[in-house]
Design a protein around this ligand. Structure first.
Ligand code: ZN
Ligand code: ZN
Length: 261
């Protein structure tokens, strides 16, 4: 089984004690690529450093919506420069976060739209983070001009919302929430949408799937997610693994086993 963890934060201090073991467990459970998302200038460096020593690590660089107050020309130039690195395969995570609301909605929207434009300019896909901002996120994506090449990471919406995202060309990033018993809207989405538009992610160290809720998440736990997706779709784990790996390779232009997108 070959899997791609399309979203995690393996560069954070949460993994400083045992990062080598975490990577070894990921590889042993079939995770062939790990996309480490650097969400602020300090994190672009740590993510790129990790990719230098670990060939199966790919990187995304961007400014997270909770950091949007920092967005300016200098930060944008920093993203552009970091994104020149051959290990960078996406701009992200970018979007709107009205849960923390650390910057006014308009400031977040401007940073979001400018980074979508940057992704286009650099011919890279982008990774969207939205929290409590579902409608405004779609509105910004609409303004930016679909079709898009990107992913709604940590997707938790209902089927109607999913279909609106898909119509704009977006992929859906399915993570730990799919293992939660009460996530019935998400279960319906995973059952119903075309398999060729799903990618898998852990968002480690956050969003820990069942049965490890409450503990630190890690990329090897991707297997709980692929198992639940297969169960919901009434198909084999192998089929879901194969399809989502091909999807991730296509979306992020990853070369997996010489099988380029
Ligand atoms: Zn996020
Ligand atoms: Zn994240």
């Amino acid at each position: 089984m070959r899997l791609v963890d399309t979203h995690c934060h393996l560069d954070l201090e949460a993994f400083d004690e045992d990062r080598a073991q975490v990577l070894a467990r990921a590889r042993a459970s079939g995770v062939e690529r790990i996309l480490v998302v650097g969400f602020a200038p300090e994190r672009w460096e740590s993510a790129l450093r990790l990719a230098q020593s670990e060939p199966d690590v790919a990187v995304a660089v961007g400014l997270h919506p909770t950091e949007a107050a920092r967005y300016n020309d200098e930060v944008e130039a920093g993203i552009r420069e970091a994104a020149m690195s051959p290990s960078v395969c996406a701009i992200g995570e970018i979007g709107l976060d009205y849960h923390w609301m650390t910057a006014p909605a308009e400031v977040q929207r401007r940073a979001f739209l400018r980074q979508i434009a940057l992704a286009r300019e650099m011919d890279l896909p982008f990774i969207v983070h939205q929290r409590d901002a579902a409608e405004d996120t779609l509105d910004a994506l609409q303004e930016a001009g679909p079709p898009h090449r990107g992913v709604m990471h940590c997707f938790t919406g209902d089927l109607t919302y999913a279909e609106r995202c898909l119509a704009m060309g977006m992929y859906l990033g399915i993570g730990g929430a799919v293992t939660f018993r009460k996530a019935t809207d998400l279960h319906e989405v995973v059952r119903s949408v075309p398999l060729d538009r799903l990618v898998l992610e852990t968002d480690a160290p956050y969003m820990t799937p069942s049965p490890h809720r409450g503990k630190r998440n890690e990329p090897s736990y991707l297997r709980f997610i692929v198992e639940r997706v297969a169960e919901l779709r009434d198909t084999s784990v192998e089929e879901v693994a194969e399809a989502t790996t091909a999807n991730a390779a296509r979306l992020f232009n990853l070369d997996i086993d010489g099988r380029a997108a």
